[in-house]
Design a protein around this ligand. Structure first.
Ligand SMILES: Cc1ncc(COP(=O)(O)O)c(C=O)c1O
Length: 388
């Protein structure tokens, strides 16, 4: 039977209705310049997106280079700023080389693909970010999902002579907990596998000079470790990075589809990220403040720290980095809780399935040290008072 021209739209409307009944509709909320909301939802951990030095660097580059990169990196989209940023990132992360992408999502797709050979087994943490999951799927390799936070000793030991890559985040984006990087690396080394770590939520936040979770674990520059980061979080900018040995970067430049067929990062963003990098290096005070505030979330909202439902207070995740989650009774309750906070001027993240790997709904709070201290404390009071 031939469908009428509008049938597919009816199907989509029906699906939207089902999502609405399950409490799973999503809404865009554009913010204006006069936005007064206290932000505990964004990823601007160190408050650098509006730092005067970052803004000035971006403004200069805008005047010097124009708005867009005007082409893919291999055509006209590489500027001196991109080269300078890549060198500075390699120095910060302690890797042989880095390659800047227009987003962290594309960096992850490219990194996973580059590490896959014929017969490779990918071993992926169950809570990995969608970009790593999609990278694994698009690579065409066989994927084994390991339990969250585990070390896949047996999988690596029993895989025979197949190449293997273990894929994990360092700080997980939903609960902010840490992967067991030293144990993962030891297992990879023992069984001849590579370790790919997405350091998106750790760079700027953890490690010496903010070099990230891989550096904090003492694994920077190891030849069997590849790191990805995004510039959209602690850098307050946008863009993604693959960091590793120079041979890997050369391979990506020659063959990486998400690098080659994508317009380069806009030069003003590269310049802003470069200025942010210097502030990150010198940002021990900011990191100290961030960790104090993360601990405060647990003290103020959690009666119980950990992943089990709380008897007193709420179940609050371990405040290891800048992300802390607070469990909600269900998707509708999470949406209502976040809406009540917003009505009182506090923005919090609201995570529901399918964005939560375990099906639990929660508020996700991110610490932004750009928020004045009294406002941060007030925001925690509002969250507690609005609880379901
Ligand atoms: C862990 C993780 N990896 C990758 C990304 C993707 O980065 P980007 O937003 O730069 O595409 C994100 C979030 O956005 C993330 O949380």
């Amino acid at each position: 039977m031939v469908e009428a021209p509008g049938d597919w739209l009816e199907r989509l409307a029906h699906k939207a209705d089902l999502r609405a009944r399950a409490g799973l509709r999503r809404e865009l909320r554009p913010r204006g310049t006069g936005d007064q909301v206290i932000d505990l939802a964004g990823n601007d951990y160190l408050g650098l997106s509006r730092h005067p030095m970052v803004v000035a660097a971006a403004a200069h580059a805008l005047a010097d280079y124009g708005l867009g990169a005007t082409g893919s990196r291999l055509v006209r989209g590489s500027t001196a700023l991109h080269a300078e940023l890549e060198a500075a990132l390699a120095a910060l992360l302690g890797t042989g080389a880095t390659l800047v992408y227009s987003s962290g999502y594309l960096a992850n797709l490219g990194a996973v693909r580059a590490l896959v050979q014929p017969r490779t087994l990918l071993v992926s943490d169950a809570y990995n970010h969608a970009s790593l999951i999609d990278g694994c799927k698009l690579s065409g390799a066989e994927v084994v999902v390991m339990p969250h936070g585990s070390v896949p000793e047996a999988i690596l030991r029993d895989r025979g002579d197949r190449p293997a890559v273990v894929v994990t985040e360092s700080v997980f984006s939903v609960d902010g907990d840490l992967a067991p990087l030293p144990a993962l690396h030891a297992a990879c080394r023992r069984y001849g596998a590579l370790l790919l770590v997405d350091d998106a939520h750790a760079v700027g936040v953890l490690g010496p000079d903010g070099a990230g979770g891989v550096a904090a674990a003492g694994l920077a520059g190891e030849p069997d470790v590849v790191v990805t980061i995004t510039l959209s979080k602690a850098f307050g900018a946008a863009g993604g990075v693959v960091a590793g040995p120079a041979e890997l970067v050369a391979h990506l430049v020659d063959t990486g589809r998400t690098f080659i067929y994508d317009t380069g990062l806009p030069p003003p963003v590269a310049a802003g990220a470069l200025a942010a990098l210097e502030l990150i290096r010198a940002g021990d005070d900011l990191r100290g403040e961030l960790h104090e505030r993360a601990a405060l979330v647990g003290k103020r909202l959690g009666g119980v720290v950990g992943s089990e439902p709380a008897h007193v207070g709420y179940a609050v995740s371990q405040p290891d980095a800048g992300v802390v989650s607070v469990t909600a009774p269900g998707p509708e309750a999470a949406v209502a809780w976040a809406a009540a906070c917003r009505a009182r001027g506090v923005a919090v993240g609201c995570f529901r399935p399918p964005s939560t790997p375990d099906g639990r709904s929660r508020l996700r709070l991110t610490v932004n040290v750009g928020v004045p201290r009294p406002d941060f404390a007030h925001a925690l009071d509002v969250i507690a008072e609005c609880a379901p």
